[in-house]
Design a binder for this molecule. Structure first.
Ligand code: ADP
Ligand code: MG
Length: 352
């Protein structure tokens, strides 16, 4: 447990950091999250490590069930049940979030780190006017008066592209379109200008034009406020357009990681290639059906001994069945990392 008598960076009234950090804003190390089930447990996150600098966007991509939401919820410390166990460390501004007490966490939520979920209907209160939902957080977290909070909420709604904020302020979530609701959820997430915004599939289910607007909005926020963003998406094409770095997840692990351009142009994992093939963002020929990755996501309670993707991989070899590959640097360029015994460029295109 941290000794908070020495003072925490989270005690300060303004979440201002610029120039004060001698290490990345976020450093996640060996993050492992398990869910207790009736029959044993599953490791939904297995030794996940990465860093994220101020103002940068990390895209987390992977099929459904690969652990993306578990990662977001673990960083937010949103698990309250005794059936979820999280190990490793999550250092935000040099403090391990896993060691924070509940009162300290409340100081962190909203002002240091916020989350926006895929379906804003689950995070917005159906019974509260949207304007009040934005201003309430401001009143509580920034100790603003009712009037100040209302003014600020209005300007935040405008900044997320709700031009007639005054007209929308008194409306309820069900009176808004899906795109507008997601903007309100983002407005709530960024109201206190957190240093880190976690967006868990913020554009899934929205039409392409609205998707593009939301991505543009996130981009503006990171430039205007130096906000770091974890952008979770099952569509690697979304990450390709919006992220600086990409982490590809499979069965609770990061299996490929690197600068977005490198990962997209030169994916080393067959799984990453397959994800690229399934991206509606990258392949939007309306006359062709979208591809899917053959086979099923693995059963986390019964993973193969070797590479978790071995049961579906076209380039599978003997070693893949028996030994689990660790994440290693790709030769000269260690910023690009992968976990595979037979990466794409080592065997050419015959297995692609
Ligand atoms: P993703 O967001 O990539 O779809 P999730 O993090 O939601 O993946 O899920 C990862 C794995 O953890 C899945 O096998 C899922 O069934 C399991 N899981 C997620 N939430 C829970 C939970 N609350 N209890 C038990 N298992 C869970
Ligand atoms: Mg999810």
């Amino acid at each position: 447990m941290n000794d908070h008598t020495r003072g925490s960076v989270f005690d300060s009234d303004s979440a201002s950091l610029s120039g004060t950090l001698d290490e990345p804003l976020l450093r996640v190390e060996n993050l492992t999250t398990t869910y207790d089930l009736d029959k044993g447990y599953i490791k939904a996150l297995d030794n996940v490590s990465f860093t994220l600098e101020e103002g940068k966007v990390l895209g987390i991509v992977g099929e459904s069930g690969s652990g993306k939401t578990t990662l977001c919820r673990s960083i937010m410390r949103l698990f309250s049940t005794a059936h979820v166990h999280t190990g490793g460390s999550i250092n935000l501004a040099g403090e391990n979030l896993l060691e924070l007490t509940e009162p300290m966490l409340r100081r962190v939520w909203g002002r240091w780190v916020s989350i926006v979920f895929q379906d804003p209907m689950t995070s917005l209160s159906p019974l509260m006017r949207i304007g009040n939902q934005v201003s309430e957080g401001l009143r509580i977290r920034m100790s603003l008066s009712r009037r100040e909070a209302k003014q600020r909420a209005m300007s935040i709604l405008k900044s997320v592209g709700i031009k007639s904020a005054k007209e929308y302020f008194p409306r309820y979530p069900h009176q808004l379109s899906g795109g507008l609701r997601q903007r309100v959820a983002i407005a709530i997430g960024v109201a206190c200008e957190p240093k880190l915004l976690i967006a868990d599939e913020p554009t899934t289910g929205l039409d392409v034009t609205i998707q593009a607007q939301i991505l543009k909005l996130l981009d503006k926020l990171r430039y205007d406020h130096k906000m770091a963003i974890i952008l979770v998406t099952h569509d690697v094409g979304v990450a390709a357009t919006a992220a600086d770095d990409i982490a590809v997840m499979y069965a609770g692990r990061i299996v490929e990681y690197g600068p977005a351009g490198t990962v997209i142009r030169n994916p080393l994992m067959r799984y990453t290639r397959a994800l690229l093939d399934t991206s509606p963002h990258l392949y939007h020929d309306p006359h062709s059906r979208l591809k899917t990755i053959p086979g099923h996501a693995p059963d986390l309670s019964n993973l193969p001994a070797g590479c978790p993707f071995s049961t579906r991989c076209v380039a599978v070899g003997e070693r893949c069945h028996n030994e689990r590959p660790e994440l290693i640097g790709a030769g000269d360029d260690d910023t690009h990392r992968y976990a595979c015994w037979h990466p794409v460029d080592k065997v050419g295109s015959k297995t692609s």
